[in-house]
Design a protein around this ligand. Sequence first.
Ligand code: G3P
Length: 228
Amino acid sequence: MMTKIGLPVIAINFKTYPQATGERAVALATTCEKVAKEHAVSIVVAPQIPDLFRVAEAVDIPVFSQHMDAGDPGRFTGHVLGETLVENGVVGTLLNHSENRMLLADVDASVRKADDLGLYTIVCTNNPVVSVAAASIKPSAVAVEPPELIGSGISVSQAQPEIITDTVNMIRDVNKDVAILCGAGISTGTDVKAAIDLGSQGVLLASAVAKSDKPEDVLLGLIEPIIN
Ligand code: G3P
């Protein structure tokens, strides 16, 4: 059965930040789970692949991989196998992140394979035109992230709002159903509100939460505009 994710969603990419690695990945995911449950908001976590099993065992919120390949079980050394993600409690995957780009044909193959396995797919893109290409592949979601703002602390929704509005308008011409997210520099509730006001259905972020000494406080700020 295809995984469904509540919208608006706050998706936290742990990247390879040391503060979100190993047992610290479990601690951060547990904080995300606490905030999600106490405030009835949709929060997704994407730890590093070697940490997926321990995180999925520890929390009851959606756990995503940061990548998945399209290969089948067998002769695919070093590939990230979808079947193994499922067996380890993973319910979705990021694809084509700016820090781990894929060929378009491979994005398509991974999305089709994820569909077969019931995994939710968030395809990352760098601009509105690439977002349209990604939406044509019919993933579960597209997340537009201008690379130059990633990790900058300068929010796409405040610094480049046209990236979001253009992405939403152009995607809706080709795909009415795909969820549209945005990311890069999202750090505060004000950034989240601006993103949602511009037509985004959620945000994908990393450093503001993963590098914080007080991730719960940051999360509470982020969700503020989406709780009643
Ligand atoms: O995947 C989310 C990401 O690329 C944005 O990173 O640190 O700007 O929130 P950050």
